[in-house]
Design a protein around this ligand. Sequence first.
Ligand code: ATP
Length: 235
Amino acid sequence: MLEVTNLNAGYGHVQILRDVSFKVDDGEVIAILGSNGAGKTTTVRSITGMIKPMSGSIKFDGVELCGKSSRAILDAGIIQVPEGRQLFTEMTVYENLELGAFSDEAMRKFDESLHTCYKYFPKLLERAHQSAGTLSGGEQQMVAVARALIGLPKLLILDEPSLGLAPNIVDEILVVAHDLAKKQGIGVILVEQDVTKALKTADEGYVIENGQVVLSGSSISLSVNEHVKKAYLGI
Ligand code: ATP
């Protein structure tokens, strides 16, 4: 599905990512792990076309994405749930979800997708006509994930979904992410600082330090890796 090979990227002349490579298959959840400033967001920005890579390749279903616009990448089916959610807080939950239907196909399937979102997050049905800004942080994160689903993603990118949320809400959102991958075949990239939760959800993980992938492997192997345990799990 997605294959990132020797990605080099940064800001202006400052290079942040060095030869980053990873892949995501259909129905697979991968975690991109790393501490503050490691380069996780820069990796996501490269995939979504927000920054132009210096070199390397990002192929999605065999098609090169490097150099394509964010809109073209979105149209290809790569949808990000941004860090900080970025909802329209004055608009209702329903109106925010409507905005997720940016393509003709998504508009056609809106009712069906909405039904799926309400099944995953029943709270959103209760709150459908309430302005998004009045929801709790966890509920807002659910709206952000649901809005992405309305867009019919093939690849869903969750950027720091745990940020500022209670652990049980994070678990609820990660269970949905896992379910989407396993039942609907969506590829999921989970960018997380909460390494324990990320490794519980993901099939594979990639640890980024100073812009480089320093470790990768199955979540099980990473969770018993001595470096991961010491540096990220505090054990
Ligand atoms: P966090 O978990 O804190 O979001 P991160 O792993 O996502 O961290 P990035 O946001 O990718 O890290 O940042 C990697 C490096 O790139 C940092 O040193 C950061 O200061 C730098 N950086 C990020 N955005 C910009 C920008 N717009 N212009 C210049 N440098 C930037």
